[in-house]
Design a protein around this ligand. Sequence first.
Ligand code: FAQ
Length: 335
Amino acid sequence: MYTQSMDTDPETRNPVAKVSAVGRPEEQRFQATVDAEGKIEPRDWMPEAYRKTLLRQISQHAHSEIIGMFPEGNWISRAPSLKRKAILIAKVQDEAGHGLYLYSAAETLGQSRDEMMAALHSGRAKYSSIFNYPTLTWADVGMIGWLVDGAAIMNQIPLCRCSYGPYARAMIRVCKEESFHQRQGFDIMLSLSKGTADQKAMAQESLDRWWWPVLAMFGPPDADSVHSGQSAQWKIKRVSNDELRQKFIDATVPQAELLGLRIPDEKLKWNTQTGHYDFGPIDWDDFWRVVNGEGPCNKERLAARVKAYEEGQWVRDAAMAYAVKRKARQHKEAA
Ligand code: FAQ
């Protein structure tokens, strides 16, 4: 449904500011590798700020996957059929897997998973704004697959070419799985929009609530995006927040038309001159309120996460005890 194409020309398509390369020989070698489309691996020399930027982004991304299990997880016991329930369980498990690949990738940058978890649980670490909105109806589960996974793929396909090897490789598998998630969401929306009048109304009501928060998922406008310039120079970020948002809108409007749903934006209009859709203003004050902890479900999500972690302590203890026992047995056998 979305192109898997990764051929964007940064010179012409990426408006984010370029930062000039300076510094010591190792820094120049590092930037030359990045400029030549080489990969930086965990044991390679890297600027401390590059390491920190990746750690910030990858850990935020991992936290988003893990917190992102809650809004859909709420509906596993209420899915409308056995088939939908089985699909939803598989999807939510996939999100847990994505979190695990990403925590592993982040650990290669020198921070332990326990430290990352502590940052999440104390509220110091960010995760995607979108998971602070409630899933009030079954249509919201379809909407998360169709729009949230759709936006996630749009953002993550360029990350498959990120300069940091472990992150880029993790993204390839994640994107394949997200494509399935997006299709299952669209399939739910198709069933609802071709169903009874009540089901179609439920689908429309859900789109009305999710459309604007999904557009904000791509991050602040380029002019306010503090990290974009440096991340573009390091080829962590290949396509800017605004460009990705526009690509997403252009791809999604025809899908909404096919579903017979109305996008809640009076200003949405095809612009023949630009070859893109024009759209209305995004409420960035609302976005920052949500990012800063005041969204409809921030407190609930964090509390659920901390509870799950505390209740899972016995599993981690048992796994550690087993690992110690197994190692001792191996030593004894080798002796
Ligand atoms: N929510 O300067 P920029 C998914 C923060 S995965 C919260 O533009 P950057 C799968 C940003 O962190 C969804 N905070 O930052 C799934 C920074 O704050 P900081 C997650 C946001 O990093 C589907 C500040 O604003 N995907 O959905 C958001 O260059 C279904 C300034 O922003 C990723 O994490 C936001 N939406 O660009 C799971 C992808 N946007 O750190 C379950 C990887 C911005 O200085 C169910 N990440 N901020 O305190 C990225 O591509 C980038 O980090 C961006 C932000 C594009 C998100």
